[in-house]
Design a binder for this molecule. Structure first.
Ligand code: ADE
Length: 238
């Protein structure tokens, strides 16, 4: 029987992927660029899991290696995020991602517009990076059935930990964001460039405000357990 293409799972911090790696029937472990790729079966489904480290460059490098080495049918980014108009402990499945810190407004472009190469053709200007509709719907439905409720919305990504009420309000007004984090929009961009479906699943560890330096360490473990449990249950349907 022909093996299915694997599902790639990426988290930035150890706590975000450790329960998934612990649940993996691991068949192969490979190191590239200092990143460790764990391949095997998770809940019976072929998967490859890696911890990329924080921020957009780490996430982009990890995603490109995964795509080239494992040819995944889907890339899922899991982890925690700062909440924008949602509660600590809530789950957010990205309807799309934006990069809130990509700024060529001085040249007249809308904030967050990305310029994506298309071979010899003109680069394409793009604000919202798409999520895979089917995978996102499966994750949202699983989140609702396990935890009662969940949100679908824009995930805003940038190379900054946000702990500021004004910036939080701005993310909502400018991008309609529901969550802010540091990798999803970068992973979604690499997936878009390679034409690989992508989904982002985040649990809210803090409110991206003055309380975040205390809330983030207090709630990250519990939140990571939530996303891991959900993914183990839903992965067979992805
Ligand atoms: N990840 C979790 N909380 C975050 C925050 N407040 N800002 C950026 N990334 C986060």
């Amino acid at each position: 029987m022909e093996e299915k293409q694997p599902i790639a799972i990426i988290g930035a911090m150890e706590v975000e992927v450790q329960a998934l790696i612990a649940g993996l029937e691991e068949t192969e472990r490979t190191e590239v660029a200092g990143l460790v790729f764990h391949a095997g079966r998770l809940s019976g489904r072929e998967c490859v899991i890696a911890q990329c480290g924080p921020g957009k460059v780490n996430a982009a490098v990890c995603t490109q290696i995964m795509i080239q080495a494992y040819r995944p049918s889907l890339v899922i980014n899991v982890g925690v995020a700062g909440g924008v108009g949602v509660e600590i402990g809530d789950l957010v499945v990205a309807s799309a991602c934006v990069q809130h810190d990509f700024d060529t407004t001085a040249m007249g472009d809308p904030l967050g517009t990305l310029f994506i190469r298309r071979g010899e053709k003109e680069s394409r200007g793009l604000l919202e990076l798409p999520s895979d509709e089917k995978a996102s719907a499966v994750l949202l439905e699983a989140a609702k059935s396990i935890y009662g409720h969940a949100h679908s919305g824009v995930v805003a990504t940038g190379d900054a930990f946000i702990a500021d009420r004004e910036k939080n309000r701005w993310l909502s007004e400018k991008f309609g964001a529901k969550a802010v984090e540091m990798e999803g929009g970068s992973i979604a961009q690499v997936c878009y460039m390679n034409e690989v479906p992508c989904a982002v699943l985040r649990a809210i560890s803090d409110n991206a405000n003055d309380d975040s330096p205390q809330d983030f360490p207090a709630f990250t473990r519990e939140c990571s357990e939530k996303t891991s449990r959900l993914l183990k249950r839903a992965i067979g349907r992805l």
